[in-house]
Write a protein that binds this ligand. Structure first.
Ligand SMILES: [Fe+2]
Ligand SMILES: [Fe+2]
Length: 260
């Protein structure tokens, strides 16, 4: 800055302007629906094409197929080639409930699993808050209705819980990571008749009122890649859809009120 100008601008404002000029960002890598071993080789090829080192990797579920837990570690081994600092994952419907404890036990030191939970990370001087959940379905599958008592109520209650978790996060950046879709706007390409079995629009209101910086989901293998809701990017990172690792640069939004 011209030294003459700095006489004219109050010191506190000079400090704020410096903050803006060095605005920080995080590189987020994300994927899901590998259904290992089905897409594992294609995943490895996609990882080779990534030329950046992501600050955090977010996994949106269905890394394995039909609860076959032995394929989880080889998938994570492939993902670790991204040389990220942190891996955060939610469970998909293919990571059956009964293997959750085993996954936490085996991989809990390399992966932060979030199951209707949140985590705060400090990366490159920025605080990043992530709320992770499997999400909800407007219409539970026939199997779920037969085998999980009160599943509809579970799905409805989860929406409120996710909203509370997002409200509680006071970090610079906030991400909602889920498996099922939080909207039908990323489901074009899937048969319209099954949309209620792919997600729940109750989360649209949650996104509107809590305004996370980014929303990531999967599960809709044939859906569309992204949509915008209330000016917030919703990414469907399903690997069969992208055939690439999804990379996002996330920067802290300018907060106008602090300057006036
Ligand atoms: Fe899937
Ligand atoms: Fe799924």
């Amino acid at each position: 800055m011209n030294p003459l100008l700095s006489f004219l601008i109050p010191t506190f404002l000079v400090r704020k302007l410096k903050d803006i000029s060095s605005s920080k960002s995080l590189t987020i890598a994300s994927t899901a629906d590998i259904h290992s071993p089905k897409h594992l080789e294609a995943l490895k090829e996609a990882i080779k094409r990534v030329k950046v080192r992501p600050d955090v990797v977010l996994l949106a579920g269905d890394l394995i197929n039909k609860g076959n837990v032995k394929w989880y570690s080889p998938t994570i081994e492939a993902i670790s080639q991204l040389e990220t600092h942190r891996i955060v994952a939610v469970f998909g419907n293919e990571e059956y409930e009964e293997i959750h404890d085993k996954l936490r036990e085996e991989l809990g030191d390399v992966i932060i699993f979030l199951d209707d939970e949140s985590v705060k990370l400090e990366i490159k001087g920025l605080s990043l808050g992530i709320v992770g959940t499997k999400g909800s379905l407007e219409q539970p599958t026939t199997w779920q209705e037969r085998n999980i008592p009160g599943i509809k109520e579970v799905y409805e209650a989860r929406i409120g819980k996710v909203e509370r978790l997002l409200r509680e996060l006071d970090t610079d950046l906030r991400i909602l990571l889920m498996h099922y879709a939080p909207t039908f706007k990323t489901l074009y390409g899937e048969y319209r008749s099954i949309w209620p079995q792919l997600g729940h629009r109750g989360y649209e209101k949650v996104i509107e009122v809590t305004r996370p910086d980014l929303v990531i989901h999967a599960h809709a293998h044939n859906g569309n890649k992204k949509a915008v809701l209330w000016n917030i990017e919703i990414l469907n990172v399903s690997f069969p859809l992208w055939r690439e690792i999804v990379l996002v640069k996330l920067a802290k939004r300018a907060d106008l009120e602090q300057y006036f």
